[in-house]
Design a protein around this ligand. Structure first.
Ligand code: ATP
Length: 288
């Protein structure tokens, strides 16, 4: 579905890419015992601006509405009230200007790596020769050179996720929407993919909205981290991540530790001391 212009576009600067205004999402849920329909508010008054070429990461407790919000930016779901604009145009449905990378890869099992990456280009009617050139460029970019003719079941989890990223990038969307894309891979592969994603982002200058449960992943990747609270889903705070880039080796720094503690406290809604933080080794990459 195409996006349409809207008279009531909110004031925005030339640096704004996506603007969400007063987003509310209410589901009607049937009670098992009485069969009555009750309202369940998932998102309440969410206002958020994503800047052009920004890497924005959203963290928050399970069920706070992160995926719901991302689905709305993708145009796959509609708010009950409120609007989301991209480049001052109201988002009313999905379009190729927004690429989506989900947890669990969602590759086409009957298509080879090359054919998966070419999918969006086929929809855009890009001629065959050009398609082959573009797909090869993105296969190389995600370090899958030599695997072009493999099928998804012949790849590791990390490789499948690389294909999903290459597929989303190949048709050149302006915005990349990523919903826990690395949740299904092992910790080591996850760090490799995070590094690769940053390298690709710096090279391609996309605007990225990325959802994760991992505080470390959020800090490592983001320009800003949006911390959400649940019941109903609201934005609790937005933390600017001013760590220098490139960020290789940054996880061990004091600044990184401070940010980890700050976000952890926000998510817990309570104060915990540095000592407590350090004694909990699992906290590093723990799901929130
Ligand atoms: N179609 C639906 N009908 C009713 N409730 C729904 C529906 N879809 C989602 N929800 C509810 O909305 C809430 C938010 O879901 P959402 O998947 O956006 O949360 P999330 O923050 O992404 O969670 P997680 O981190 O666990 O993936 C959840 O409580 C979920 O049960």
């Amino acid at each position: 579905m195409a996006d349409s212009t809207n008279d009531a576009v909110p004031a925005s600067s030339e640096y704004d890419k996506i603007i969400a205004v007063n987003i509310n999402r209410i589901y009607k849920v049937r009670q098992h015992d009485t069969e009555e329909l009750t309202e369940f508010q998932v998102l309440k008054n969410v206002n958020l601006t994503v800047k052009k070429e920004e890497f924005l990461v959203i963290v928050g407790p399970s069920g706070c509405g992160k995926s719901t919000f991302l689905d709305m930016v993708a145009g796959l779901a509609q708010p009950t009230s409120g609007e989301i604009y991209m480049d001052k145009k109201l988002i009313t449905g999905p379009a190729l200007d927004r690429g989506i990378v989900l947890q669990g890869y969602a590759l086409f099992p009957w298509r080879s790596v090359r054919k998966n990456v070419e999918f969006g280009l086929e929809i855009k009617n890009v001629p065959k020769k050009e398609r082959a050139e573009i797909s090869q460029r993105f296969i190389d970019l995600v370090n899958l050179n030599g695997f072009e003719d493999r099928y998804p079941h012949e790849l590791s989890g990390g490789m499948k996720q690389r294909v999903a990223i290459a597929r989303a990038l190949a048709y050149d969307p302006e915005v990349l929407l990523m919903d826990e894309p690395f949740a299904a891979v092992d910790a080591q592969t996850r760090e490799v993919l995070q590094g690769e994603l940053l390298r690709i982002w710096e090279k391609t200058k996309k605007t990225i909205v990325f959802v994760t449960h991992s505080i470390d992943e959020a800090i490592f990747l983001a320009d800003r981290v949006v911390v959400m609270a649940s019941n109903p889903g609201t934005i609790k705070d937005i933390i600017q991540i001013e760590l220098p880039r490139p960020r290789d080796g940054i996880r061990a720094s004091t600044e990184f530790g401070k940010l980890r503690q700050e976000i952890w406290q926000l998510l817990q809604g309570q104060h915990i001391s540095t000592e407590e933080l350090q004694t909990n080794e699992n906290l590093h990459n723990e799901a929130v």
